[in-house]
Design a protein around this ligand. Structure first.
Ligand code: DSN
Length: 423
């Protein structure tokens, strides 16, 4: 192959815009030198980054392959078709739309495709672990649709299927939504489908967090059960930032029309190329090993944290993340997340179900293992990280101690090169 592109370099950027170049370099070093435990983040491969940083960003291609509004689509139709074919292969879907710019627009597209404004939807509430776009009141989805929300059981913190069923029968939603941003257990899609069928509702599954696990068979697939499945492409799936909608054939037309021209103009072909590459990576045997390791690492990290007297909502994790109640260590999650960041360990504060603390300093932190697993870290490293988290908790006001941990973290991280980042 005659490759005209030089390896990714920021030499031209540095010459044209040294301020942005300096910030990109600083962020690169930051991503290299920190333990990144944000459950929704990852490290895209160099191949994905190269695909997303190409001349494909120069194209306008409104429409869909072979049905575009502009001439000159000699190659981009093939790019989009490759992404579609691979997505259908990886997830076993009838139809896929790879154009949504991210997860929230993908959800909005499904709503506008399959519902009328004002229809009733039933989704998981944000404080229970759901997502803004599942009908939370500050989101457009909570304003333009009549959103009813279910939560988790007050004692087990597991999704309360009795409550879901009761609310479904009481409110007769046109669409039932499941999928979560901060839920550490397996979601029973068959049970959601049964409830949707009982009340004649459509089922939307937002699998953004677990898409990589689903691709690798490490979480049951929602595809056989759902009318539509939305996802981002940059979390466990390890692609560039983007979104996809998988759906049953019968919804193809409505969903495609909702994405374009309903909500978006030209698709981001450079992102779609990156998605195609990520999906090719997800077809490889190595990706299955990776997804399995994400879960093993989450389990090891969770057990090590429990051994340090932290408690986990639901008592553990089955997937890539955990929500840690830190209050028994005498502090809130906001204060701990800031101190951890000072020590080179990056996560986010998170409410726990039925939290009585304020959102600015809730009871918990959310921790995920997709990014550290991409660096090749394993259970032994998870125990080291848990030890540092414990250490930070013990010395939360000691800036010198936090700085010393950050130095240790940096040395540790150098042993585990991050995909896409020069060592
Ligand atoms: N912001 C994402 C997350 O962190 O889970 C969800 O959209």
């Amino acid at each position: 192959m005659n490759i005209h592109h030089p390896p990714l370099s920021i030499a031209a950027l540095a010459a044209t815009d040294p301020e942005i170049a300096r910030l990109v370099e600083a962020e690169t070093a930051y991503q290299r030198d920190q333990v990144r435990l944000i459950a929704s983040e990852n490290y895209a491969s160099r191949a994905v980054m190269e695909a997303a940083a190409t001349v494909l960003m120069n194209k306008y291609a409104e429409g869909y392959p072979h049905k575009r509004y502009y001439e000159g689509q000699l190659f981009v139709d093939q790019v989009e078709e490759l992404a579609q074919t691979r997505a259908k292969d990886v997830f076993g879907a009838d139809h896929v739309n790879v154009q949504p710019h991210s997860g929230s627009p993908a959800n909005l597209a499904v709503y506008t495709a399959l519902l009328n404004p004002g229809d009733t939807i039933l989704g998981m509430s944000l404080p229970a672990g759901g997502h803004l776009t599942h009908g939370w009141k500050v989101s457009a989805t909570g304003r333009f649709w009549n959103a009813v929300q279910y939560g988790v059981h007050p004692e087990t913190h597991l999704i309360d299927m009795d409550e879901v069923r009761r609310l479904a029968h009481e409110h007769k939603p046109k669409m039932l939504i499941c999928g979560a941003s901060a839920y550490p257990r397996i979601i029973d899609f068959a049970a959601f489908k049964a409830i949707a069928d009982e009340v004649g509702a459509l089922l939307l599954v937002d699998m953004a967090h677990i898409a990589g696990l689903v691709a690798a068979g490490e979480h049951p697939s929602p595809v056989p059960f759902a009318d539509a499945v939305t996802t981002t492409t940059h979390k466990t799936l390890r692609g560039p930032r983007g979104g996809m909608i998988l759906s049953k054939k019968k919804h193809q037309k409505a969903i495609d029309r909702a994405v374009f021209p309903g909500l978006q103009g030209g698709p981001h072909l450079h992102a779609i190329a990156g998605i195609a590459v990520a999906l090719r990576e997800a077809q490889q045997a190595e990706f299955k090993t990776y997804a399995k390791a994400i879960r093993e690492n989450a389990k090891a990290l969770g057990e090590a944290l429990v051994a340090c007297d932290f408690s986990l909502t639901t008592g553990g994790t089955d997937n890539h993340l955990m929500v840690v109640d830190v209050t028994r260590r005498g502090m809130g999650g906001g204060r701990l997340a800031k101190a951890l960041a000072q020590a080179g360990i990056v996560c986010n504060m998170n409410s726990i179900p039925f939290d009585t603390r304020p959102p600015a300093d809730p009871s918990g932190i959310r921790i995920g293992t997709p990014a550290v697993t991409s660096r090749g870290m394993g259970p032994a490293e998870m125990r080291t990280i848990a030890g540092w988290i414990d250490d930070v908790t013990r010395h939360i006001d000691d800036d010198r101690r936090l700085a010393a941990i950050a130095e240790d973290v940096k040395v540790f991280c150098r042993r585990f090169p991050a995909p896409g980042i020069p060592a």
